[in-house]
Design a protein around this ligand. Structure first.
Ligand code: IPE
Ligand code: IPE
Ligand code: MG
Length: 255
């Protein structure tokens, strides 16, 4: 495998190694609240600034030629936060889609949404569906929004879908293999993340992409998400490029 050296030209700080850039980078955008607290601001201001950081990451990925970005925006466990914060986060997603959708579409970006849809406000659901439908044939960067997402919940929902097909006599249990299970998850058709970045210094996965991250490389940044800029993104990519991904085999360097 070769790198995409032409794609690194826009990022002069990035080490030009002979390894490929990740095709898919997933982000656990953590630390918005702490970012705000450190500045004496309300947590909501941290979330607002976090959305700016997301926009920056999308722009940067577009420049350097990464194909898929996934953003953990609201977890199935985040409903346990105070109602005012939950409704702010719902409103922020709504405003993001309303304001950015046409720009994303013009930039040939495809939007995908993963997570449970049942509990969502019908207005938000309609917007998410509109974003997916409008951009489904775009061929540039794919932005995956993990909203009301929990990996265990996703796995249980997929299992139910397969169970229902077995009960209906359409599927035999023996026909279930990794490939079919993978295609039944919310992330069907999206390659597994090559790199997962979590900000804010927390070193845990918090119920994110458990199945999909079986062979993902992890990068933990001490920065809170609103401070995660192009330079920090490049540092994560550089870290990734230095990894030796063996997938259970032997290093390509070892003959
Ligand atoms: C991440 O920032 C955003 C969401 C989980 C929605 P946090 O809100 O978790 O910020 P901290 O971890 O409290 O600092
Ligand atoms: C993970 O962050 C969820 C999102 C970034 C949306 P949390 O702040 O909810 O995770 P924990 O509670 O610290 O594990
Ligand atoms: Mg947090």
């Amino acid at each position: 495998m070769t790198a995409h050296p032409e794609r690194l030209q826009d990022s002069p700080d990035l080490d030009r190694s002979d390894r490929p850039l990740p095709q898919h980078v997933a982000f656990i955008m953590d630390g918005n609240g702490r970012w705000a607290k450190a500045r004496g601001l309300p947590r909501t201001e941290g979330h607002r600034r976090g959305l700016e950081a997301l926009r920056g990451a999308v722009r940067h990925a577009g420049k350097i030629g990464i194909d898929f970005l996934t953003f953990f925006s609201f977890s199935s466990e985040n409903w346990s936060r105070p109602p005012t914060e939950v409704s702010f986060l719902m409103g922020l997603l709504k405003r993001f889609i309303e304001r950015d959708l046409s720009e994303l579409h013009e930039a040939n970006t495809r939007v995908r949404v993963i997570g449970a849809r049942e509990d969502l406000d019908p207005g938000i659901l309609a917007l998410l569906q509109k974003a997916e439908t409008l951009t489904k044939d775009n061929t540039g960067l794919t932005v995956v929004i993990a909203f009301n997402y929990g990996s265990r919940d996703e796995i249980v929902r997929a299992t139910r879908k397969l169970g229902a097909r077995i009960a209906a006599g359409e599927l035999s249990p023996e026909a279930i293999d990794e490939e079919l299970f993978d295609r039944t998850l919310d992330t069907a058709g999206i390659p597994d993340p090559d790199l997962l970045v979590r900000t804010s210094g927390e070193i845990r996965i918090s119920n994110f992409l458990l199945w999909q991250s079986a062979y993902t490389e992890f990068h933990f940044s001490p920065l809170n998400w609103p401070d995660f800029d192009a330079q920090a993104f490049d540092a994560a990519l550089e870290d990734f490029c230095a990894r030796d991904r063996r997938f259970g085999g032997l290093s390509v360097k070892v003959v």
